[in-house]
Design a protein around this ligand. Structure first.
Ligand SMILES: Cc1ncc(COP(=O)(O)O)c(C=O)c1O
Length: 484
């Protein structure tokens, strides 16, 4: 029985303090960010509200009043989809040309979990691009499916990972005829697009499901100036991180089944229900609805085109500078058009990112040792792009000599992983933490991926070898399975 006398005594000890004397570090950080605005070339795509539906902005002025879950005020429910939530999902599916679209909270990550649960069973074989997001591995841990890894193309001159070819897929299926699904990421973080049509033709030929992680292509179904979405190229299921470039709020995403998808809608719906919170935020769900409405509006349409024009402007301006390298389709890639990958010769990408942040108050999406990734969002303006271009020109005019030091780190290894067991089996074995230098010969429980460039060095169940060590320099310790 609870000791109430004790409780009363404890309550007497509670020190009541004034609000300003109580620590709230995250609230402080938010306050600071409002006072120190920066120029934003990164997610979320609405870019501090510049690319947001006006009606939704007005509603948001009453944020505390509208914070609610789906069980009150006739908002409708997420699971099962009812009322306004259901209608909003239907409108999203219509906009995307999908048979079904499901609103996701917890990002595209939960979409990847649901894909795994809906399409894979224990021991099923699934062909996966090694540059997949870590949520795909979580899906493997959840289901017990076994990965057959495919390395994407390696583009040494840019230090990036690229497309997966349909030849690779066909070869892998031929070697593993019982494969259940092919699961690839396109576009990549840096924007490289794989030939999904040909890949889907191969999948159809061998009756294999195709899942495409199109997290970074959320705008594609909203403009014919954008590449064609995998939803219309034969994929069965596609995820879109609407919160990344589509203008919805962080964490809100979409999973869609294509018109001819072989995946059952009721199975997907059921699995999403198992995975989702039972208290979905109506504000986040509504942000998906608002983003869809905005992207379909005149202003939204104009801003999608503008985001491409801004990217083109940055590329064409910077290409004139011999010390600056900018990835373009002229280099032989098919690229997502609203992101720009830039390198300055002899300057670390991470250092360039720091200089942009500290000296110019410009925040970019990401950096590697070699380059930086700039997103040109639906909320960005051409004047902002000019500031970025001028800053990069100014920085490039200085002398740097970073690269010799960075050469070692240039690439994650293209090692063929030595798989000792499935990620799920490894997950349940129990682990210990060891010094990385002593991990050789042990089986990793860790999922180690530098993001970006986001290709796995080690996944759970894989043997750690000497060859891994140069790529684990940033890790003092790693988790390995207990020796039995
Ligand atoms: C390719 C890819 N897929 C899925 C995800 C997960 O998306 P989210 O952050 O929306 O959960 C990411 C996140 O960066 C990603 O890059």
């Amino acid at each position: 029985m609870e000791d109430f006398s004790q409780k009363i005594i404890n309550e007497e000890k509670v020190v009541v303090r004034k609000e300003q004397d109580i620590e709230a570090p995250l609230v402080n950080a938010l306050e600071n960010s409002l006072q120190n605005p920066s120029l934003q070339f990164h997610i979320p795509g609405h870019t501090k509200g510049a690319g947001l539906l006006e009606r939704f902005k007005n509603v948001l002025k009453n944020a505390p009043l509208i914070d609610n879950t789906d069980e009150f005020n006739n908002f409708g429910t997420l699971h099962p989809a009812t009322g306004p939530v259901k209608r909003a999902q239907e409108l999203m599916a219509e906009a995307l040309g999908a048979r079904e679209s499901y609103f996701l909270l917890n990002g595209s990550s939960i979409g990847n979990f649901a894909i795994a649960m809906s399409c894979l069973k224990p021991d099923d074989k699934v062909i996966i691009g090694r540059n997949c997001h870590r949520s795909v591995i979580t899906g493997l841990i959840m289901t017990g499916a076994k990965p057959i890894w495919l390395n994407p193309q390696k583009h040494e001159e840019w230090s990036i990972w690229g497309e997966i070819s349909y030849h690779q897929i066909e070869n892998a299926i031929k070697q593993n005829p019982e494969t259940k699904m092919v699961w690839i990421t396109s576009p990549t973080y840096e924007g490289v697009i794989s030939d999904i049509k040909r890949i889907s033709d191969v999948c159809k030929k061998y009756d294999v499901l195709l899942a495409v992680d199109e997290a970074h292509g959320a705008l594609w179904n909203f403009s014919d100036k954008m590449p064609t979405s995998a939803l219309h190229l034969g994929a069965d299921v596609v995820v879109h991180s609407m919160h990344k470039t589509g203008g919805s709020f962080s964490q809100s995403s979409i999973l869609s089944l294509s018109q001819n998808s072989k995946i059952r809608s009721d199975v997907m719906e059921n699995n999403l229900r198992l995975l989702h919170t039972t208290s979905p935020s109506v504000m986040l769900l509504a942000s998906l609805d608002a983003a869809r409405a905005y992207l379909q509006s005149e202003e939204g349409q104009k801003n999608i085109e503008k985001s491409i024009k801004i990217a083109d402007y940055i590329k064409s301006e910077l290409r004139q500078y011999p010390k600056v390298l900018v990835l373009t389709e002229e280099d032989g890639f098919r690229l997502e058009p609203s992101r720009v990958y830039i390198m300055i010769k002899n300057l670390f990408g991470r250092r360039l990112e720091n200089i942009l942040r500290t000296d110019y108050k410009i925040e970019i999406e990401a950096s590697t040792d070699n380059g930086i990734l700039v997103l040109t969002n639906i909320g960005n303006k051409i004047e902002e792009a000019k500031i970025l271009v001028d800053a990069i020109k100014e920085i490039a005019a200085r002398d740097f000599s970073d690269i010799p030091y960075g050469e070692d780190y240039k690439f994650m290894p293209l090692l063929n992983p030595i798989i000792k067991m499935s990620p799920k089996e490894a997950f349940y074995r129990g682990f210990e933490v060891v010094e990385t230098s002593k991990a050789v010969g042990r089986i990793s429980l860790d999922l180690i991926a530098e993001c970006p460039p986001g290709i796995f060095v080690l996944a759970p169940g894989e043997l750690v070898t000497e060859e891994h060590l140069p790529y684990l320099k940033n890790y003092k310790t790693i988790k390995v399975l207990k020796e039995s």
